[in-house]
Ligand binder design. Sequence first.
Ligand code: AGP
Length: 613
Amino acid sequence: MCGIVGYVGPEAASPRLLDGLRRLEYRGYDSAGLAVHDGSGLHVARSVGRLAALEARLADSPLAGSVGVGHTRWATHGAPSEANAHPHLSPDGRIAVVHNGIIENYRELREELAAAGHRFQSETDTETLPHLIQREVADGAASGLDAIAAALRKARGAYALGILLAGEPEVVYAARLGSPLIVGVGEGETYIASDVPAIVNRVRKVIYLEDGQIARLTAAGVEVFDLDGRPAPFEVKDVTVSAESADRAGFETFMLKEIHEQPRILRDLLHQHVDADGRILLPDLHLDEATLKGLDHIFAVACGTAFHAAMYGKILIEHLTSLRVDIELASEFRYRRPKVDGRTLLLAVSQSGETADTLASVRMAHSRGCRVVSICNVHDSSLVRECDGVLYTQAGPEIGVASTKAYTTQLLSFVLLALHLARLRGDLEEPEIRRRLQALRAVPNAIHYVLERKDAIERIADKHHDGPSSLYLGRRFNVPTALEGALKNKEISYQHAEGYAAGEMKHGPIALIHEYLPVVCICTRTEDEVYDKMVSNLREVEARHGRIIALATDGDRAIAEVAEDVIFVPETLEEFSPLVNVVALQLLAYFAAKARGTDIDKPRNLAKSVTVE
Ligand code: AGP
């Protein structure tokens, strides 16, 4: 997800823009840039890498002026490079644009413009926009607003835009379609931003632009128009997030911030463990190749959310390798007589590394001669100290009691382990490994798109949050997703929820179906008949007037005919779909809890780490 900030007022623009971009760093990015109007024209500074590189450039060559736009870019079309960094300029240098989203018809627009003599400096879809606006100006648009509106009527896709025009030195334009963008209204100054965190320390009043709206900002205030250039209605709202919540990056809760951190964290974790040649590097596992090749049994133990990750790990490792994987709740494992010995690798999964039952299980396994490794988020935790090796999830501190980013990083850790085992043991051919690594690299972006649909997910949560219970159904890789979605809903909204393997419907749960029971069905595409079986489950629920909330793959309109509400998620390899699907369920639970007014970061009766039995 890219980050956008804009400013117009009495102060120097550059420092305000940089401050705002720093507050959007949680969104992840790989390049950054600013455009500032100094009264005589537009000036641009861009750099690859972290904001520090842009700050260094500005220290050498400051940009004067009190009107500007800034951007952090998460590369989609075109590699991370200075040429592809935003802002992008029109050929005459009189129009600067920053953009979040994708212009889906950018290829045909580029061809049309190139045929008219336009030359492009980047590989991006974004660069077509300043060219289009320039062409509208040259074709006699009556005003800057008219030129922008005419250009946007030709664009298809999703955009949140910040625009500067050399001919309007005291104005910032903004526009949105499908990508969030807000306008901040201060005292004698105005802002635009991708999200409240960027300007929570500057303004107490905001306008949430609607799709198809264009805003014209000056220091004195804001005007809003539709795509035909006609004045459009808008509402000025109070900023509900407290400025001192800066350590939450301006989010209303830690949990919401941590949900939004997931794309960046997963991308960093992947980058850390998979090198440019596709080698999987797990140095802290301390298991040599001979040991890994000689394994015939893994036993995974965990509690709560971590157990759902272990369940996913079992399904995936057995899907990709010849290994047998058993799993058990740590609170049960420690009191049973599980069949583990020196030939078993015990895998302990824990965010905190301090969970009493998990630690007790590790000690018992050690006493049986097992090698023990952990998937853990906390360096130097008790678990890490007691294990022979570790796969760190690197999620950073997880403050919200309900686990979100810890869970998806646990899932990714299992993916890395499974592919590493499959390659070492010869269970998968190299092309099959590479195909999966390629699909894995697309997961963070897919999660971005789910996050950008949070408004739609909130509307669904608002409809269904007040019932006594809800049912979550999934199949195969997404059975753990269903259980995790139900757990999220239980622990933060206090509404009872139950996760079930959808194939179990006829064995009991179908008796629960009635018109007041929301049934969340994970029905994203699979490469075999499992998808059809899931659709049959949806029809069973529909036939009994259950209220279906379906998770479906983008474009799967057939599901919309059966479900009352649909949350669309980008197409992902089924094996990795849990990493994307669960984010939609995290948000669904989040907004249900918000509607029910619970203490989301610190739900009643719960502790972040259960260090006692
Ligand atoms: C998850 O939302 C809960 N906070 C809880 O189930 C948690 O996953 C469980 O207590 C295990 O904690 P751990 O991962 O730190 O061992």
